[in-house]
Design a protein around this ligand. Structure first.
Ligand code: SAH
Length: 471
C-alpha cells in the first residue's frame, strides 16, 4: 500500500515551499496538482513521475472533488508515493480537509505537510502586515465563494476592528463591500487587492471600501483582498533585492544558489540542464592519461565504473583535469590529479598536456557538443563522449543578472529566449563568453576564474560599483 502526502505548495514563488515538501516532491511517483502550483515546482519531480492535473479551468469541464479523492485513493492503493500538491496551505480552503477524510475512510496512510498560506504571505510580501500593534489585533480569513449563500456573518464582520482577508472573492467583493457598509463598516476603510502575489507578476491595487466595485474590474484571479486599517501600509524596503537568474546543471545551480542566497540575493533558476550519461564502452587500459574537462565528466565516469563493477584500483592512468572544480570532484573520489593547467580553460589544458606529455596517449572524457578548443594543441589522443546535457526546464529571465556556466547552457537558453537589455550577463569563462558573443550579445562580464566563488565575486563587485554610482 502506498502513501499520500497532502503538501502545501506555498503562495506562488517556488522557493516558498517547505523543505519537507520539496523533498517529498523530488521523491514521489505520482504528483497530483492544480492551477495554483507553480510550474517550477513541478520540475522538481523525477522525470518518470506521473503528473496529473486536476485543476479547475473555468468554462471547461472541471474535475469534481469526488473524482480527485478517487484518484488519490486509487494511486495510493497501487503502491505509489503520492504527493497531492495544493496551493498555500492544504487546510486553508481548497478542500484539503475533505481529501484527508476520503483517505481516512479508505484506510489510506497519509500525512499533511503545512504550507505558507497566501492569506498571510501575499499581503506580507506586498508590504501589508495582517496584524499591527494597536491598529489591528485580529485577522479573519474569509472565502468570497459562499457570499451568495450567506454563510458568513457579515453583520459581525462589519464590526471587527481587525483585518479581513478575502480569498476567492474577485467576483463577489463588490456585493460583499455593499453588505459591510450596510452593516456599519466605514465606507472609507482601506482596501488592498494583490493579484498573483509573491510572483514576478504581482500587481497591487489600493482603494477604499466604497470604490472596490469599480476597482475590482481591473483584477484577474488569483487575488487576495485585504480590508482593514493595515491595508494602507506599504512596508517594503525602498532598495529592492538584487535577483540573479541561474542556468546550468543541478550541481552547479545548487552550489551557486546557496552562496548567493547566503549573501542576500534572490535566486531564480531559469534554465535547468540535466546530465544524461551516454551508453558507452570505456576501456582505459591502453592510455597513459585520462583527461577530464568538467565536474560532471568526473561524476559520470565514476558512476560508470560503479555500474560496471570496476574497482577504481584498476585505473593505472595518470589523470589531468581542467581546473579547481574538476580537481575537487576527483579528490572526492579519493584521487588527486597529476596535472591541472594554471589557466582553467580547455585550450590551456590541451596545450599544457602537450608540453609535458606530447607522445603519451590520452583519453579525453567529455560532454557531447562541448567546446572543441582542447583539440587545438593536444596530440596523440582519443575521446569518449561520456554524457550529453539536455534542457529540463526553461523560463524567461526577468532578473537583474543571468549567469551562464557553459556554452551549452548559453545555446540551450538562447534557442528559446532572448535576454533583455536591462539584465547583466555573467559568463563563467572565455568559452562561454564567446558563445554569447557569437549569438549577438555584448557587454558580458567574465569571471577571473571559472569557479562558483569567482562568479559570486564578480556579482559583488558589480553591485558595489552600481551602488557607488547611484549615490
Ligand atoms: N490553500 C490556499 C488557498 C486556496 S483558495 C492557501 O492557503 O493559500 C484559492 C485562493 O487563494 C485564490 O482564489 C486567491 O484568493 C488566493 N491565492 C492563492 N495564491 C495566490 C496568489 N499568488 N496571489 C493572490 N491570491 C492567491
Amino acid at each position: 500500500m502506498g502513501k499520500v502526502y497532502l503538501v502545501g505548495a506555498g503562495p506562488g514563488a517556488c522557493d516558498l515551499i517547505s523543505v519537507r515538501g520539496k523533498r517529498l516532491l523530488q521523491g514521489c511517483d505520482v504528483l497530483i496538482y492544480d492551477r495554483l502550483a507553480s510550474e517550477e515546482l513541478l520540475a522538481y519531480a523525477k522525470a518518470d513521475c506521473e503528473k496529473i492535473y486536476v485543476g479547475k479551468s473555468t468554462g471547461y469541464h472541471s474535475i469534481s472533488q469526488e473524482e480527485i479523492n478517487h484518484i488519490l485513493v486509487e494511486k495510493a492503493k497501487t503502491n505509489n508515493t503520492v504527493v497531492r500538491l495544493k496551493g498555500g496551505d492544504p487546510f486553508v480552503f481548497g478542500r484539503g480537509g475533505e481529501e484527508a477524510q476520503a483517505l481516512i475512510e479508505n484506510n489510506i496512510e497519509f500525512e499533511t505537510v503545512p504550507g505558507i498560506t497566501s492569506a498571510i504571505a501575499v499581503p506580507e510580501i506586498a508590504g501589508i502586515p495582517v496584524t499591527f500593534r494597536e491598529v489591528s489585533q485580529d485577522i479573519h480569513i474569509v472565502t468570497g465563494h459562499t457570499a451568495k449563500n450567506e454563510i458568513t456573518d457579515y453583520k459581525a464582520l462589519a464590526r471587527t476592528k481587525g483585518t479581513i482577508v478575502f480569498l476567492m472573492a474577485v467576483s463577489t467583493i463588490s456585493t460583499i463591500a455593499e453588505k459591510l457598509i450596510k452593516y456599519g463598516m466605514d465606507e472609507y476603510m482601506p482596501v488592498a487587492v494583490i493579484e498573483n502575489g509573491t510572483t514576478e507578476n504581482e500587481r497591487i491595487l489600493k482603494t477604499e471600501l466604497k470604490d472596490i466595485g469599480t476597482a475590482i474590474k481591473m483584477v484577474r484571479p488569483p487575488a487576495v483582498i485585504v480590508v482593514g486599517e493595515t491595508a494602507k501600509y506599504d512596508l517594503v524596503s525602498k532598495s529592492k533585492r538584487t535577483t540573479v537568474a541561474i542556468t546550468g546543471t543541478e550541481d552547479f545551480r545548487k552550489r551557486l544558489g546557496r552562496q548567493l542566497t547566503d549573501r542576500g540575493y534572490n535566486v531564480k533558476e531559469v534554465c535547468r540542464l540535466k546530465v544524461k550519461a551516454n551508453n558507452v564502452d570505456i576501456s582505459t587500459d591502453k592510455y597513459d592519461w585520462l583527461v577530464f574537462t568538467s565536474r560532471n565528466g568526473v561524476n559520470v565516469f565514476f558512476d560508470h565504473l560503479k555500474e560496471k563493477k570496476k574497482d577504481i584500483r584498476s585505473l593505472k592512468n595518470k589523470i589531468a583535469v581542467i581546473g579547481e572544480g574538476t580537481y575537487k570532484a576527483l579528490s572526492e573520489k579519493g584521487i588527486y590529479a597529476d596535472y591541472m593547467p594554471n589557466i582553467y580553460t580547455s585550450r590551456a589544458l590541451g596545450k599544457g598536456l602537450n608540453e609535458i606529455a606530447e607522445n603519451e596517449s590520452k583519453l579525453i572524457l567529455r560532454a557531447e557538443k562541448g567546446s572543441d578548443e582542447i583539440y587545438e594543441h593536444i596530440k596523440n589522443y582519443n575521446e569518449v563522449k561520456l554524457y550529453s546535457v539536455e534542457a529540463e526546464y526553461i523560463t524567461k529571465c526577468r532578473e537583474n543578472y543571468i549567469v551562464f556556466g557553459s556554452s551549452l547552457g548559453v545555446n540551450t537558453y538562447l534557442d528559446k529566449y532572448e535576454i533583455a537589455d536591462s539584465t547583466s550577463i555573467i559568463a563563467i569563462g572565455e568559452v562561454t563568453r564567446r558563445a554569447l558573443e557569437s549569438r549577438g550579445y555584448g557587454n558580458i562580464y567574465c569571471c577571473k576564474k571559472p569557479t562558483v566563488d569567482s562568479i559570486v565575486e564578480r556579482i559583488e563587485e558589480n553591485e558595489k560599483i552600481q551602488k557607488t554610482e547611484s549615490k
